[in-house]
Each structure stands twice: as C-alpha cells, then as structure tokens.
Design a protein around this ligand. Structure first.
Ligand code: NAG
Ligand code: NAG
Ligand code: NAG
Ligand code: NAG
Ligand code: NAG
Length: 812
C-alpha cells in the first residue's frame, strides 16, 4: 500500500500541478477520482509539513512559530497574560489536537507514536501550574483525547490499536476533566471561564472570572457527556448538561440568547446575538448533541433557537447580529467564526439556506483570499476609498480559521456538487501559495495589507487541514460509517457505539460521584463549605437518579421542518469527466439556477473592495467567466440563460413586527408561533389573525415602474387591477373601503402605493405568493381597524392605511 501510494505521488510530481485526468489537464473540466486523490495527497503533505516541523522544533511545547521556526510557549513570566495563555497550557497542545488528524489520514504508525508520546511525556495527572480557559482546553485537549481513544479502540477504524492499547487516552482525559470540573461549582451551575490545572480556582484572580460567553459555558456538553458514557461516571455529564440547560434558560422571550453572561448570577453582559463569536457553538452543540445522544430535549432547543434566528435575523445573505428582545439589527458586521453556520444548517437538513449563506463567505474569500475576523456590511459615512477598506474590515486578521472549509465540507458531502470541490481547490491553492511558511502555516495579521502573522494555532492542524483533506478524500472511512458520528467544534469525530451505550446503561445510576468530588476537593476548607452549600442547591438537578435510554441513531441528517431523520446523502463519488455530463450536472444544480446568484456583488459592492495585492486574483469570481472556465460551457444559449442576473431592486423594503398588545390582552399566551405554516414551495399560506400580532413581516413598497426584489418590473397597470389576478377581488379601486382611493375618479386618483409582503417570519414568499389571514374571534375588524392596522373591503390588510396586496383576510 505504502509503496503504491509513493509511486502515485511520484507520478503526480512528475506531471506537475497539471496532472493528467481522463486525457485532459486538471481543472479544464470537472473533477475526476484521480484528480481528487491528487489534491487529497497534496493536503496530506501540507499537514505533514506543519506537523513534522512542530514535532522537530517545538514539541513538547504547545505550538511552533511557523516563520521563526521555534517553540511558541505560554508566557511563563506573566501568568496573567490571558490572551496568550488561555489556550497554551504547556500540555503539548499541537500534538494532542493533531491525534485525530493522524487518525483521519489513516496513518497508524504516526498515530501510535503520538499516543506513546502522550503516555510518556504528558503530565499524567495534568497537575500543571497553568491557568487556562476551560472551553479551549475542553475542545482542543479533552476532545482530542476522547476522540483519539474512540479511534484507538474501534476495530472498524484504520488506526485501531488493538491489544497494544491500554486505554491511556481515556485515563488522561478523565484526569483532565477532573481538573476542569471545579469551574462548574458556581451559584448558577454555569462554569467560570478559567481554571488553574494544578491549583484549581485558587490560582485565578477574580477579575478574570467575571464574564463568560454563551458558547463557552454551554459547549463542553458533548465532550463531558461522552466522557461519562466511556467512564461510567455521571459527574461530567451532569455538570455540563446542567450548565447547558441553565444557559438556554437565560434566553429572551423571543428565544434569542445573549452572547455573554456573568457565571456568578447569570446577568447578561450584552443584549445582542448572532451566529458567530461567543454564541456559535451553543447552536452547534444543541444540534450535534441531539444527533449524537438521540436527545429529544436538545433537538427542541436547537429547533427553537434556529427558528428564532431565522425569524428575526434580517439579512438574506447571512445571519446578522440582532437585539435579543426586539430582533432589530444592532451590529452591522459578520464575523469569520459564523462561517461554520451553513455547515450546521446542512446537518439540520436545511440545505437550501445553507447554500445561500455559504455564498456570502465565498464572496469574502474571493475578495480577501481569507475571511477577515470581522467584516462590516454597512458603510458608516465615509466616502474615501482607503478608509472604506479599513472600516469594512475593522478586525482585519485571518488566523487560518477552519469555519469556511468546514461549511464547504458539509455542503459537498450533502450535495456532491462539484462547485464545492472548486471552492476547496481554491482554498488548497491559497494555502500553498499564500499561507505556507517555512515551518508550518502563517495566517494574516491584515487581510488588506497582506501583513503576515507568525502564529499557527492548533486548529490549523486539527480542523482546517482535516476538513480540507476530507473533502478530497471521498472514500474516507468516516464517509461510509453509518453510525451517529459528529464532529466536535474542534473537528474531533465523536460517536457512541452500541456496546458503549450498553455497558454504560448496565451501570447507570451507580456512580453519581459529582457529589464525591466535593468531599475530596482540594479547595481550602473555607471554600469547601461554600462549594458544598452551592452544591446542595444544585443537587436535585445535577445528580438525577434516573437516566434516559439513548438508542443509537443511524443517520445524522434531519429534516428541518419535521425533525424526521432523513437518509444520509449517498456518498457516490463525482467523476463527471466528460464535457456533456459536466454540463448536465451543472444545469441541474441549485446554484446554477439560482436567479440571485450575483446579487451580493451589487448589494455589497461598496464594502467588498479587493485589496491591491489581490487585484489579479480571479479564480473564484462568481461571474460568467468563472462558469465557463471550470465547467467547459461554451454554448451561448445556456451561457446566456445561466448568467442572467437580477438587477438590484429599486423598491424600498421594510420590516414590521406587530406588538403583542394588538392581540387579545386577555389571552397573552394564545400564540402558537411554530404552527404558522410558512413557505413550503406552494404559493398559498395561511396565518391565524390572532397570531399575526407575533409575526415578523418583510414588505416592499411597490410603485409604478420600479423593479421589485424578484427582478420584475412593476407594471403601472398593476395599480388598477392588481388584485384581480388572484381571483379574489374585482375592481378594487372602484369601491369604497380602500383608504386613499377615490372610487369616483379612478384614473386621477389611483392609489400609487402598495406593500407586498416578501417574507413572513424570515421565510421568503414566492413571487405572486398570497397569504390568507384567517379571522378569529379575538382578532376581528373592531380590534384591528385602529388606523395602524385594518383591512379594506377587498379584504387586503392595511398597514398604516397602505394596502398589502398579498395579505388577504379570509372571511370564512
Ligand atoms: C512546560 O513543559 C515543559 C515540557 O513538558 C517542561 O519541561 C516545563 O517544566 C514546563 N514548564 C512549566 C512552567 O510548567
Ligand atoms: C465511580 O467513579 C469513581 C471516580 O471516577 C471511580 O473511582 C469508581 O470506580 C466509580 N464507581 C463505580 C461503581 O463505577
Ligand atoms: C497583475 O498582472 C499584470 C499583468 O500580468 C501585471 O503587470 C501586474 O503587475 C499584476 N499586478 C499585481 C498587483 O500583481
Ligand atoms: C405545503 O403546505 C400545504 C398547506 O399546509 C400542504 O397542503 C402541502 O402538502 C405542503 N406541501 C409540501 C410539499 O410539504
Ligand atoms: C390588468 O388587467 C388587464 C386586463 O385584464 C391585463 O391585460 C393586464 O395584464 C393586467 N395588468 C397586470 C399588471 O396584471
């Protein structure tokens, strides 16, 4: 096997980057198997370049400087240097975080050597005098150890270590978790952000423990629950799950969770939310926990939180940062971390929106060759080009974060669309050309100027390169595994074997040793009694005596609407290596048919200024040339049809949320938001009028001759007979009732303003879609005809006197 692979690599090297594929140069047509293998092997070489340099130059310290080529350690002189020290515990972080990448590569000898190093070199009790972040240590180190243990003990995996393996990774994981657990002993049950591995909470000054973010507080749930399954000790699971639920309980009335809190009393530190930094892995672990543990409650949490986001977050192209109480836009930026979200949407079965949201991050990558840490989508009021460049990327660095590759991976697995292979190939080329450094990979300090950053975080090894490898390695064992594998937020694969569940269940309830931990706590005695007191408050929920049964799932794909599990998409490899099949494939994919494909270009033109250093960069532009280049299209009629893009709308759009006071004050809880039927591909929707008071509407103002958001010219005759088209009304303007319409002289006084609803609760309505509003006893004409809200005698809803042509009250 090894020599065969070497031979292939040599062959590929001889052919250079333009290797042969079905008689054509790579890239000229679509991707064939041979080409994918070539890129896979290139990615593997990139990983080895980084990993080997780390091992040679920096191990056993945490990281290697990719440019200076020496060890990067925590700041030993200044233990309070948290920005540096939070993730660098002096525990060989790059080695531990790389274990599962070696497993994914299937390199059993390198994996075995790395496990041996963990056994020989790592402090066996994790009694290291390092103050670290609980969250980062959990996802990088604890998650890495647990996942590697699963690999080492699973006979179906290439790196199965068999009887050679003594369970050392799990033992180390448990020791580490025991060191982290005291962070959970707070009044609220949600964890403190930091802990000293040797000295516990004693080692951390109080001012560094005041604030923690929602993602960090909720997140360790997957790793800790896995640990309980594997060790049969429930304390980890109980502590982390209690914290997860406690965090979710701090959401607003409309199910939006603020980004950070005080762990001492749950006070929010801010009132906004989004999908990026500080909140990202909350959504992620709700959904992934539901899949991994087949947990109904976590599924409900995911669904409610995702529903609230879709409903309130305002943009078509990304989830913007919004106020948790009103849902209004507050911070006009998106951050690099939120690029993971389309991948999560894939897992939830919401492919269509995932593909659309991914395009925005692709556009950013095209512009900057990177994802800036923060990108602003609204100009302040500067007109000068230089300051615009600066202000559109207020946080300009790109430390080689994995999230964009991650989403691309999930989208490719689910759609098998070669488009995503092209995206991955672009990233691979950028890694080789722009980010490779003498001893690893160096990100950018500034994506505009191109200034480099002498840093390679461990996630480059554990996530960025792993996801990229997995995109090209279509036959990886993970892809044919039918168990409930998920990737942790650090890309460590986690799965629960039936045998592990059975062994766990056989002993369940025997060991609620969270309680014992208090007795054996090394905290000073004063603290101990405080902890005991706090613990007794939490006791009932932290140490439940009964456990739910958790049968194994067979697929990780759910339908977003019904929650039903769907078949995992087939993993048949794509090898569309002839011109005609490539064209057919493209023609059938959703993006090539998507009429708004080029809208981002228009809408965010001002905020997407390509840095000078990248002016010649063309490979991933979403333009006709791009499709022609990589799909081999040259037929004019397809070309023409394909590349018709929507002109930018000239209508004004508004968002409206009806305040609750409009509905029956006697029945304030009479809402059932989740039952509102929304767009499911049909053009007729029905909303109970009683629930209208809770609905978030997006409307556009129609005026004669304008272009609407569907790219349609608004025919002035619409204003005479618009409503006739749907068969519900006739001669609307000739009858009394419609405000501002003079029925005596229709030509002179034709109403020249209409609203049209374009989205209800965040779901786009199709063009010509009509929503029927069903009248209810609590929401009749007497309640709504107050000038703000009413309906005319053609039964069109009136908003401030302006009719909404497609919101129609149903009298029956
Ligand atoms: C950090 O780790 C190295 C290598 O394991 C070890 O020699 C050194 O004593 C550690 N330093 C501290 C302050 O823990
Ligand atoms: C309970 O957990 C402790 C600490 O993890 C362990 O030593 C003990 O063996 C466990 N007891 C049982 C019955 O599993
Ligand atoms: C872009 O390409 C042109 C022509 O190949 C070359 O003259 C120019 O220097 C390039 N610009 C940059 C910024 O690389
Ligand atoms: C869409 O919704 C309508 C009305 O609720 C329902 O009759 C129809 O079956 C749904 N269609 C699909 C494809 O789910
Ligand atoms: C208005 O009605 C006339 C006559 O029925 C029809 O020809 C025209 O297309 C309609 N206009 C619109 C915008 O529907």
């Amino acid at each position: 096997m090894v020599s065969l692979r070497l031979l292939l690599l040599t062959l590929a090297a001889l052919l250079g980057t333009s290797g042969v594929c079905a008689g054509h140069r790579f890239q000229q047509f679509s991707f064939c198997e041979e080409e994918l293998r070539y890129y896979r092997d290139e990615t593997e070489q990139l990983f080895r370049h980084a990993y080997n340099h780390y091992m040679e130059l920096a191990y056993p310290f945490d990281e290697v400087y990719p440019i200076q080529c020496r060890a990067r350690t925590r700041n030993f002189e200044d233990p309070l240097d948290h920005p540096t020290n939070d993730v660098l515990g002096n525990f060989s972080a790059s080695l531990v975080d790389s274990l599962t990448t070696l497993a994914v590569l299937g390199d059993v000898s390198a994996f075995r050597s790395a496990v041996e190093l963990v056994e020989q070199d790592l402090q066996p009790e994790f009694s290291i005098d390092s103050t670290v972040q609980v969250f980062e240590t959990t996802i990088r180190i604890l998650g890495g150890l647990i996942s590697a243990h699963l690999y080492a003990t699973d006979p179906t995996k290439k790196v199965y270590l068999g009887s050679d393996y003594n369970g050392i990774l799990l033992q180390r994981a448990q020791k580490l978790a025991d060191r982290l657990l005291p962070a959970y002993l707070t009044q609220t049950g949600i964890p403190l952000p930091r802990i000293n591995l040797a000295h516990g909470l004693r080692g951390v000054p109080a001012e560094f423990q005041q604030e923690n973010n929602a993602a960090a507080m909720a997140c360790p749930m997957l790793e800790f629950t896995m640990l309980s399954y594997l060790t049969h000790d429930d304390k980890y699971k109980n502590a982390a799950r209690y914290a997860f639920d406690a965090v979710w309980s701090l959401r607003s009335k409309i199910d939006l969770l603020p980004m950070s809190f005080s762990p001492h009393d749950g006070t929010p530190y801010n009132k906004f939310t989004g999908t990026g930094a500080s909140i990202d892995s909350f959504y992620e672990y709700a959904l992934k926990g539901a899949i991994l543990f087949n947990d109904e409650e976590l599924w409900n949490t995911w669904e409610a939180s995702y529903y609230a986001l879709r409903k309130h977050s305002r943009s078509d192209w990304f989830y913007a940062n919004i106020d948790v109480n009103g849902g209004q836009l507050v911070l006009p930026w998106i951050d690099s971390l939120s690029a993971f979200f389309p991948g999560l949407q894939v897992l939830a079965g919401d492919l269509e929106d995932a593909r659309i949201k991914h395009l925005m991050f692709l556009k950013l990558w095209n512009t900057y060759g990177a994802l800036p840490e923060r990108w602003e989508f609204q100009l302040p009021d500067s007109t000068d080009a230089t300051s615009r460049e600066i202000s559109s990327v207020p946080l300009p660095w790109y430390p080689l974060r994995p999230e964009f590759v991650e989403s691309t991976y999930f989208l490719y697995r689910a759609t098998q669309d070669v488009f995503y292979l092209k995206v991955a190939w672009t990233i691979l080329e950028d890694l080789k050309k722009s980010y490779k450094a003498p001893c690893g990979f160096a990100g950018l300090q500034n994506v505009v100027s191109g200034e480099r950053q002498d840093r390679m975080e461990t996630f480059v090894l554990s996530e960025t390169l792993k996801y990229l490898y997995l995109i090209f390695d279509t036959h990886n064992e993970l892809h044919s595994d039918s168990s409930n594998i998920i990737f942790s937020t650090e890309a460590h694969p986690l799965w629960l074997r039936a045998s592990d569940i059975a062994a766990y269940e056989a002993r369940q309830g025997l060991n609620d040793s969270h309680c014992d931990m208090i007795a054996s706590s090394k905290e000073p005695s004063k603290k101990k009694s405080l902890i005991a007191r706090i613990f007794s408050i939490l006791m009932p929920s932290v140490c439940p005596k009964t456990q739910q049964r958790l049968p194994i799932l067979h697929s990780g794909y759910f339908s977003a609407k019904s929650g039903e599990r769907l078949e995992r998409p087939s993993s048949a490899p794509i090898c569309a290596n002839t011109r005609s099949s490539s064209v057919d494939f493209l023609r059938s994919n959703m993006l090539s048919e998507f009429p708004r494909l080029f809208e981002i270009e228009h809408r965010y033109n001002e905020m997407l200024l390509k840095p000078n250093r990248l002016l010649n960069r063309t490979q991933m532009e979403l333009n006709p040339k791009f499709y022609e280049m990589w799909s081999g299209w040259d037929r004019a009629e397809i070309y023409g049809r394909m590349c018709t893009c929507l002109a930018t709308a000239t209508t004004e759009s508004y968002e409206m949320v009806f305040s609750k006071s409009l509905s029956d004050p006697k029945q304030p809880e009479a809402r059932s938001i989740r039952q509102v039927p929304l767009s499911n591909g049909t053009s007729m929707h029905t909303i109970e009028l009683a629930t209208l008071a809770e609905v978030r509407l997006r409307v556009e103002m129609l005026s004669p001759g304008a272009l609407d958001i569907y790219g349609q010219w608004i025919d002035p005759s619409l204003f005479k007979n618009a409503s006739r088209d749907n068969g519900l009304f006739e001669n609307i303007f000739d009858e009394p009732g419609a405000d501002s319409v003079d029925d005596q002289d229709s030509d002179a006084t034709i109403v020249n303003k209409f609203y049209r609803a374009t989205a209800v609760d965040g779901m786009m309505l199709p063009h010509n879609g009509v929503v029927r509003l069903r009248k209810s006893p609590t929401f009749g004409p007497d309640i709504i005809s107050d000038g703000l809200l009413g309906y005319n005698n053609k039964r069109m809803l009136l908003l401030g006197g302006v009719p909404v042509i497609n919101l129609v009250v149903d009298e029956t």
